[in-house]
Every structure is written in structure tokens, then in C-alpha cells.
Write a protein that binds this ligand. Structure first.
Ligand code: PGA
Length: 256
């Protein structure tokens, strides 16, 4: 089996201002083991990235951004580019369902963002996933295939190997209605299958696949036990330091 390091990502969304983010990091640092074999990535608001960069123990946490614009610089009022995030973060979440469905991001825009993140030597955490009506119509595999095919179109096979893909069924995000482990397993197999078809077996075995959608300390282990799932993308539960500490501990405990 490919040696894929476990990854737990905290997506704080539009929560925690600079001061609150600093307090949360302080609490988390007390709970996370420096020697943990798990990579833990915190994705705060853009505003908090720089102060947290100075505050975090780099042996415990990496930082990520929740989005990045694809043009490096220019007249794009309100945007923050991947180029501007260089040196501050290691990861950038791209194509989160909040962006796709609340801000109208198309697969083409997501593809440009993924390419910009890679071009700037950062790692994209690409989110894909079906809506409840896609699932009801048995279109999960088609949706994942279509999203990945377009979203990865500008990458080489070597670049795809370094990617993180988060399976985030839209119906499970922030709803408490988390996916059954067998649904997450089936989706992760589909994702690796698409990567294999498009970029070959090496890329498919190296790419890290996460599950995200109403993850808590109660269900985290069930996903981490799945062969082919390398970690978790955690929203709501990552704002609670005790919960998130437990989720990270569950990932550290039994490294496959
Ligand atoms: P949730 O969010 O854990 O609150 O469902 C996950 C996400 O949006 O990435």
C-alpha cells in the first residue's frame, strides 16, 4: 500500500475572528501531541492566517486557506490569490460546496483555482461530492467523475499525486446527516478509479482521499478505518477544541 500520511483538516469557515482564532489555537496546542504521525491543518479566515503563522507550533499544525483566486495579481477587488498565500500556508481548500453552491463557482473556475494553487507550490484540497438529489437519482458516480475530470484538467499526473481530494457529500455538510461508512468507502473507490483512469495507477495510489460531512469524535474512527480513506475534513466539530482534539487523537492512535 502506498505510504500516505494521515491528514486531518479543520475548516473554520467564516467563524472565529483573529482573537478567537488565537484562543482556539492556544487550546488546541495543549491537546495535540508534537510527535503525532498525523498531519493537522487549520484553515482559519484569511485575516487570521498571518497572526496564526507566528503563533502555531509548526510541529503540531500546518495552515491552510479556505479558498484562493486563480489570477496571481490584478484588478480583482476582494480576492486573495494563491500567489499571495505562498509562504503563509501549505494547503488551500478549493471547490468547497459553500463556494460551488453559495457563490456560483463552476467546475471551470475550480479547475483554474486548483491549477493556480499547484503553480504556486501549495497543495490543493479539492472538494467534490454529490447533492441529495444527485444521490436520489443514483448519479453519485457520474457527478464525481464529471467534477474530477474538469477540476483536474490542467494538472499533470505528477501534480495529481500530490493532491488531496475530499469527498464531501453536500447533503452531509453541516447537517448532522453524515454518510454511512460504506457510502464513503464506495465514493473513495470511485474517486481513486477516476484518478486511475485519467492519470494512471501511481497517481491513484498516491493521492490522499479524505471524508468530510458532519464528522464528530463519535463517527471519525469509522471513516479512518476505511481502506482508501486517509483522513478527514472537519467543519463544525473543529471549532470545539475538545472534539477536535479527540478526532486528531483517533487518527493518531491506530495509524494503518
Ligand atoms: P461539517 O463541515 O463538518 O460542519 O459538516 C464540513 C465541511 O464543510 O468541510
Amino acid at each position: 500500500m502506498a505510504d500516505r500520511k494521515r491528514l486531518i483538516v479543520a475548516n473554520w469557515k467564516q467563524h472565529e475572528n483573529i482573537k478567537q482564532a488565537s484562543i482556539l489555537v492556544h487550546r488546541l496546542q495543549e491537546r495535540i501531541d508534537r510527535r503525532s504521525s498525523v498531519e493537522v491543518v487549520l484553515c482559519p479566515t484569511f485575516l487570521a492566517i498571518q497572526p496564526l503563522k507566528l503563533q502555531v507550533d509548526a510541529h503540531k499544525f500546518k495552515l491552510g486557506a479556505q479558498d484562493a483566486f486563480y489570477e496571481d495579481t490584478g484588478p480583482y477587488t476582494g480576492e486573495v490569490s494563491a500567489a499571495m498565500l505562498r509562504g503563509l500556508v501549505d494547503y488551500v481548500i478549493v471547490g468547497h460546496s459553500d463556494r460551488r453552491y453559495k457563490f456560483g463557482e463552476t467546475d471551470d473556475i475550480v479547475a483554474k483555482k486548483v491549477a493556480a494553487v499547484v503553480r504556486n507550490d501549495l497543495s490543493p484540497i479539492l472538494c467534490v461530492g454529490e447533492t441529495s438529489s444527485d444521490r436520489a437519482n443514483s448519479e453519485t458516480a457520474i457527478v464525481l467523475n464529471d467534477q474530477l475530470t474538469v477540476n483536474l484538467t490542467q494538472l499533470t499526473s505528477d501534480e495529481v499525486q500530490k493532491l488531496v481530494i475530499a469527498y464531501e457529500p453536500v447533503w452531509a455538510i453541516g447537517t448532522g446527516d453524515f454518510a454511512k461508512p460504506e457510502q464513503a468507502k464506495s465514493a473513495s473507490d470511485i474517486i481513486r478509479g477516476v484518478v486511475k483512469e485519467l492519470y494512471g495507477p501511481k497517481a491513484a495510489s498516491q493521492v490522499r482521499v479524505l471524508y468530510g460531512g458532519s464528522v464528530t469524535s463519535h463517527n471519525s474512527q469509522a471513516y479512518l478505518d476505511i481502506d482508501g480513506i486517509d483522513g478527514l475534513l472537519v467543519g463544525g466539530a473543529s471549532l470545539n477544541y475538545e472534539e477536535f482534539g479527540k478526532i486528531v487523537a483517533s487518527a493518531s492512535a491506530d495509524k494503518k
